[in-house]
Design a protein around this ligand. Structure first.
Ligand SMILES: Nc1ncnc2c1ncn2[C@@H]1O[C@H](COP(=O)(O)OP(=O)(O)O)[C@@H](O)[C@H]1O
Ligand SMILES: N[C@@H](CC(=O)OP(=O)(O)O)C(=O)O
Length: 454
C-alpha cells in the first residue's frame, strides 16, 4: 500500500486533476491520497492558501474582501466546471468558505488557521466528488474523524504521537481515501495547521500511521535536483539520498520537500519517492535510510536567505562560566530562537532568522549583552544567506572545505562564517545575501560539473 501526496502545483486546474486521477487509478497500491489546496497555474498566479490568508486578514481588519473572495470561489468553480462536476459540489464549497471566513474571530491565530485549512479541506471534498463522478469509489476523510491530533501551536502544529495508532484504522475504509493535508485538530477540537507547505508533513504522518510500503510525493519536477533549479539551470538529478541528507537540504532551502516531513517516514523506515505529476513515468528520487556512496563527497547544495548574525567578542570568554547560557537567555526572553552558534576562544556568533528581529528587540539585545555580559564588542549583521553543502560522503573525504572555499574565493564571494560543526553530513557557509546566486553556481561548478551523480 502507498500514501500518495499531491502538492498545490499538481492540483491547480481541472487538467491537473485529470492527471492525478490517472496516476492514482493506474496503481491499485495507491489507496491513500493526501491533497494540498490548489496552487499556482503560472508564476504570476496566487496560491489558494495565500488568497485565504488575504481574506482572513481583511475580515479581521474590517476591510472589503469581495475581490479575494471572488477569486477564491472562481478558482474552485473553474476546476469544478472543467471537470463537469454537479452544481451542488461548488455550492457546498462556496457555503463552507463563507461560513469559515465569517467564523469566530475572538482568537486571531486560531481563526487564521481555520481559514487556511479550509483550502485543503474543500479541495479534498472536491477531489473525492470528482473520483466518484469518474466511477471510482473514493471517500473524503476529515482529520478529526481519522484521529490526526496535533499540538495547540497555530501555524506551527506538531503531531501528537497517539495519532499514529488511530490513523492505522484508515486501512479499514473501502476504496480510495482522500485526505486533506496541512492541518490536524487539537485535543480540545480546534483546527491547527502545520507550517507553510505542511501537506508534505500530513503525507508522512499518514505513511507512518498506516505503515505503508512507500510514501510517494508528487510535485512538478522530475526529481530532487542537486541544486535549486531556479538558481542553476538543468542541474543534476539525485536518484537516491538519505533521510539525513534530505533533512539538511530541505532545512537549508530545498523547498521541494518540507524538512519536518522526513521524521515520521524515517521513524517508520518508509522510503519517500519524490515524483512528477506532469511526467509520471520518470522514476523520481528515493529518500532512504542507507545508500551506496558512489557520487563523491557532495550530494546537494542548498541556500536560503533571511538570516542575521550577532557577533560578540569578549576577552577570556572561554573561561567564563555560564556565558553561553546567559546569552541564550537574553535571546529567549526576546522570544528569539537561533539556528547556529559558531564560536572561538574570545568570540561567539549567533545566527538567527531575521524575521524574528525588529529594531526594538535588536536594541534591547545589544544593550543587554553589553550591560549584563560586559562584552567588548557586539555587532549585528543583516542580509545574510546560508549555503549548505550536504553529503554522507563528506565524512570520509579530505579537502571538501578547501575545495568549497577556493570556489567561493574565485567567484569573489567573501565567507562571513563557516560552521562545520556537529552534523556529520553538512557544512555551512554564511555569506552576504547579494552573493547567493553566484556562490551557489560556483559551488555547483566545483562539485558537480563533470562529476557523475548517483
Ligand atoms: N533541489 C531542488 N530540486 C527540485 N526542486 C526544487 C529544488 N529546490 C527548490 N525546488 C523547487 O521546488 C518546487 C516544488 O515544490 P513546491 O512548489 O512546494 O511543489 P508542490 O506544489 O508540489 O507542493 C520546484 O518547482 C522547484 O522550483
Ligand atoms: N497549501 C498549503 C500547504 C501545502 O503543502 O501546499 P503546497 O503543497 O502547495 O506546498 C501552503 O501553501 O502552505
Amino acid at each position: 500500500m502507498k500514501v500518495v501526496k499531491f502538492g498545490g502545483s499538481s492540483l491547480a486546474s481541472g487538467e491537473q486533476l485529470e492527471k492525478v486521477y490517472g496516476i492514482v487509478t493506474s496503481d491499485p497500491e495507491r489507496k491513500f491520497v493526501v491533497v494540498s489546496a490548489p496552487g499556482k497555474r503560472s508564476s504570476e498566479d496566487i496560491k489558494v492558501t495565500d488568497l485565504l490568508i488575504a481574506c482572513a486578514e481583511k475580515r479581521i481588519n474590517g476591510e472589503d474582501l469581495s475581490n479575494e473572495l471572488k477569486m477564491l470561489i472562481d478558482r474552485y468553480g473553474s476546476i469544478a466546471t472543467e471537470l463537469n462536476l454537479p452544481a451542488d459540489v461548488i455550492k457546498q464549497i462556496e457555503a463552507d468558505f463563507l461560513q469559515v471566513i465569517d467564523g469566530d474571530r475572538s482568537n486571531k491565530e486560531r481563526y487564521l488557521d481555520a481559514v487556511k485549512a479550509s483550502g485543503e479541506d474543500n479541495n479534498a471534498k472536491l477531489i473525492a466528488a470528482y473520483f466518484q463522478v469518474m466511477g471510482t469509489k473514493a471517500t473524503y476523510v476529515n482529520p478529526k474523524d481519522a484521529g490526526l491530533f496535533v499540538s495547540d501551536e497555530p501555524g506551527n502544529a506538531q503531531v501528537l504521537p497517539e495519532s499514529y495508532d488511530q490513523l492505522y484504522k484508515l486501512r479499514d475504509i473501502e476504496g480510495i481515501v482522500i485526505f486533506p493535508g496541512f492541518f490536524g485538530f487539537t485535543k480540545d477540537g480546534h483546527i491547527a495547521t502545520f507550517s507553510r507547505s505542511g501537506s508534505d508533513i500530513t503525507g508522512s504522518i499518514l505513511a507512518n500511521g498506516i505503515k505503508v510500503n512507500v510514501y510517494e510525493n508528487f510535485t512538478d519536477v522530475d526529481a530532487v535536483f542537486s541544486v535549486n533549479p531556479t538558481i542553476v539551470s538543468n542541474p543534476k538529478e539525485i536518484k537516491e539520498l538519505t533521510y539525513r541528507e534530505m533533512r539538511e537540504l530541505s532545512y537549508a532551502g530545498f523547498s521541494v520537500f518540507h524538512d519536518e516531513a522526513l521524521i515520521p517516514a524515517f521513524r517508520a523506515g518508509i522510503p519517500v519517492n519524490v515524483r512528477n505529476t506532469n511526467n509520471p513515468s520518470a522514476p523520481g528520487t528515493f529518500i532512504v535510510n542507507d545508500r551506496e556512496n558512489s557520487n563523491g563527497p557532495v550530494t546537494g547544495i542548498a541556500s536560503d536567505k533571511g538570516f542575521c548574525s550577532i557577533y560578540i567578542s569578549k576577552y577570556l570568554m572561554n573561561r567564563e562560566l555560564g556565558f553561553g547560557r546567559k546569552l541564550l537567555q537574553i535571546l529567549e526572553e526576546n522570544e528569539i530562537s537561533y539556528e547556529h552558534i559558531p564560536s572561538g576562544i574570545d568570540d561567539i556568533t549567533v545566527i538567527l532568522r531575521e524575521n524574528q528581529m525588529d529594531e526594538e528587540k535588536e536594541a534591547n539585545i545589544v544593550a543587554r549583552i553589553y550591560g549584563e555580559l560586559q562584552a567588548d564588542k557586539v555587532e549585528v549583521e543583516h542580509g545574510l544567506s546560508l549555503l549548505m553543502i550536504v553529503g554522507e560522503g563528506m565524512r570520509h573525504n579530505v579537502g571538501t572545505t578547501a575545495r568549497a572555499s577556493q570556489a567561493l574565493a574565485e567567484a569573489g564571494v567573501n565567507i562571513e562564517m563557516i560552521n562545520q560543526g556537529s552534523s556529520e553530513v553538512s557544512m555551512m557557509f554564511g555569506i552576504k545575501a547579494v552573493h547567493e546566486k553566484k556562490a551557489v553556481q560556483a559551488l555547483y561548478n566545483a562539485f558537480f560539473v563533470g562529476a557523475v551523480t548517483v
